[in-house]
Each structure stands twice: as C-alpha cells, then as structure tokens.
Design a protein around this ligand. Structure first.
Ligand SMILES: NC(=O)c1ccc[n+]([C@@H]2O[C@H](COP(=O)([O-])OP(=O)(O)OC[C@H]3O[C@@H](n4cnc5c(N)ncnc54)[C@H](O)[C@@H]3O)[C@@H](O)[C@H]2O)c1
Length: 344
C-alpha cells in the first residue's frame, strides 16, 4: 500500500469512499485504512465490519485515533459544520487532508484552512466529484477548442425534489452551500475564466420541506464579459433535471445544449442571410483523459497522485476556495439584496 489513512465521518457518504478505495481500479491496493472515526462509536464499528477492516482502530475521538495510528492521510467525510475542526486536527497531526464538499461552512474558515495547510506544508484538497465526470470534461474541451467561438454565457437549470432527511433539512442556505457548490464549481471549470460578482435571490418556496434556502436564482458575472445564470431548487416536484443540471452554453459562433446526462447538442451558425441563420451540428470531443471521469474515485486518485509527485491537486483548497467564494458571495447578495463582488 502506498498510503495509510484515517477516515472521519462514517455516515452515508463514507460508504462511497470506502467502496471506491476497496474496488475502483484507480485506487484498489493503494490506501490502507487504519482508523475510522465517528461521533457515534456504533456507526464507526459498523463501517469497519462492512468493509472487513478488522485491523482498523475505531473511535469517537479523532485526535486520539490520529495520535495512535499516525496516518499519512485524513479523509474528512463529516458534516460541513464539523469540517473546520477536523481539517485542523488532521493538519496538526501531519496528515494530508482530503475533505468532502463544501470546503468550509464560511469563507473565513476556508481561508484559515488554506493558511493552515500552507503552514503545515501539507496538501488539503476538496472532493468536487461533479467536475470529474465525462460530460463536464467534454464541455471543457469543446470550449477550449474554440469551436463555439468565444464563450459569452452559461445557463443552467437544477430542479430536483430531493427528500434527504438528516442535516440538510436543518441547514441554512442548503441549496447554495450543499449542492450549488458542485454546479458553480463545474461552471467555473468549464468556462475557464474567473467569477467576479453575483446578484442572487434565495428563497424557501411554499411547500418546502427544508428549513431555509431550498431555491436560488443567481446571475454571476465572470471575466471577459461571460455571464453564468444559475436557477435551482431542491423542492421542485414533478420534473427532475439531472443532478448535473441542464445546460445551455453560448459562444460567439454557436450553442451547446447538455441535458446533464448523455445528450449533447452542439451547433454553430453557417454563413448566410435572412432573419434566422441555419446551424450545423459539431462534434463534442471525448474527455482528454478517461481516468478523470470517475467521480469520487478520480478525485481521490488525483489527490494521491499529486501527493506522490509533489504537485498541487486540481481541487486543492487554495483553488477550490474560489468556488466557495462564489457560494458565499451569492448568499451575501441574497441577504443584502445587492450585487456582491467575489473575492477570495
Ligand atoms: N460529493 C458528493 O457528491 C456528496 C454527496 C453526499 C454528501 N456529501 C458530503 O459528505 C459529507 C457527509 O455527508 P453524509 O451524507 O455522509 O452525512 P451523514 O450525516 O450521513 O454522515 C456524517 C457523519 O459524520 C459524523 N460526524 C459529525 N461530526 C463529526 C466529527 N466531528 N468527527 C467525526 N464524525 C463526525 C456523524 O456522526 C455522521 O455519522 C457532507 O459534507 C456532504 O455535503 C458529498
């Protein structure tokens, strides 16, 4: 095994991590899980039994497990409100830390993590698995190729009636902080230009089963005059979009429509006259690297590979904080009903 790791937070998402580590070809045989921590001892024990980790230490006290096992890595899969303390503990014990999204429960906490990772000389990165999928990689390549011309706008619709129960239904700004972080990060990656400012209206629609912020409409201004228009709701019943959202991306030559699944429709206008120009279909290229399209497995592998080669991973905290800043600027805009500048 190349690395030892402790995983903190043995709830639903941890199952996906442990399955990827045990089975995915990108990860199998690379990480030995030497500790499992949860506030609830039985939850940690159940995960250890489920994944045949009889030799892993289990416990409720992260500091004690880190001190006893001295792992190379800390995998942070706790709820967002506990993240800052968990990341600080991992860095203090000399671990490289990979955290679930969202990176932090506030921008200040995110900044503190970036500073702490730099001071410790350790990698801290964030799981933005929804940029490590085929569709997003293909769109990035299409945009980079210039086939649509200069990109001028990205529009996306996220409408899913999701009944999770658990922490999300009690959480403030639930759509923006828990879900839109993925979509905003994907938009930033696909567009390839930096976000500058946002206007946002956040609501909790009548009939919502969340306590706050289940829907949002946000208009982002990016560099180079690019506009990103996000419309989302987590309590829209009857016609769910993909978890990746439904997209319309417009360039100076043409438009790409992506349903967030397997359907891509890219067309560019042909020379001509008249009110409406004809359009011809263009190819959406394959992903540059298929290994970057496996969600969690790809993010974890990118983290491991970056540590081995001494480079910064794609979703390092000092880059991912730019996506977090989009979320918190949108929240601030909704609160103040003003345009808010995005600053890291
Ligand atoms: N990337 C994705 O696609 C994706 C999908 C689902 C969830 N998530 C993220 O994963 C994280 C966990 O979500 P979940 O659905 O597993 O939640 P969950 O509530 O099912 O599990 C979280 C677990 O963390 C434990 N915990 C809380 N504080 C802790 C602490 N200080 N030390 C140790 N354990 C602690 C809880 O006891 C619980 O068992 C969240 O940040 C969530 O946003 C990401």
């Amino acid at each position: 095994m190349e690395f030892t790791a402790v995983l903190a937070g043995c709830g639903s998402m941890s199952k996906g991590w442990l399955t990827a580590l045990a089975e995915h070809p990108l990860l199998k045989g690379r990480v030995s899980v030497v500790g499992l921590v949860d506030l609830d001892q039985a939850t940690a024990d159940a995960r250890a039994a489920e994944f045949d980790l009889a030799n892993a230490m289990t416990g409720t006290d992260l500091e004690a497990v880190l001190a006893a096992t001295k792992p190379d890595l800390l995998f942070d899969v706790v709820v967002p409100s506990a993240r800052a303390g968990v990341v600080a503990s991992g860095l203090k014990h000399g671990c490289h830390v990979l955290s679930e999204k969202p990176m932090a429960a506030s921008l200040e906490a995110g900044r503190a993590m970036v500073a702490a990772a730099a001071a410790a000389g350790r990698v801290h990165a964030v799981v933005q698995n929804r940029r490590f999928i085929s569709g997003v990689r293909r769109i990035r390549r299409l945009i980079e190729s210039g086939a649509l011309g200069e990109i001028t706008a990205l529009h996306c619709d996220f409408f899913i009636g999701a009944h999770f129960g658990g922490f999300r239904e009690e959480m403030d700004n639930v759509l923006l902080l828990d879900m839109a972080i993925h979509t905003l990060d994907a938009a930033r990656f696909m567009a390839g230009v930096a976000p500058k400012a946002v206007y946002c209206l956040e609501t909790n629609p009548r009939g919502s089963w969340y306590s706050q912020g289940a829907a949002a409409n946000a208009i982002f201004e990016f560099e180079d005059g690019v506009v990103f228009n996000y419309r989302g709701s987590w309590c829209a019943e009857g016609a769910n979009t993909s978890w990746e959202s439904a997209w319309r991306i417009i360039g100076t030559k043409g438009t790409l429509i992506w349903d967030g699944g397997d359907s891509f429709d890219a067309k560019v206008a042909v020379d001509g006259t008249g009110l409406l120009r004809d359009a011809v279909a263009i190819e959406v290229p394959a992903p540059a690297d298929i290994e970057q399209t496996h969600g969690h497995a790809s993010v974890i592998a990118e983290f491991l590979d970056a540590i081995k080669s001494g480079r910064s991973p794609e979703t390092a905290g000092n880059d991912n904080i730019k996506s977090l800043a989009m979320v918190f600027a949108a929240i601030e805009s909704a609160r103040t009903r003003q345009r808010v500048t995005i600053a890291v």
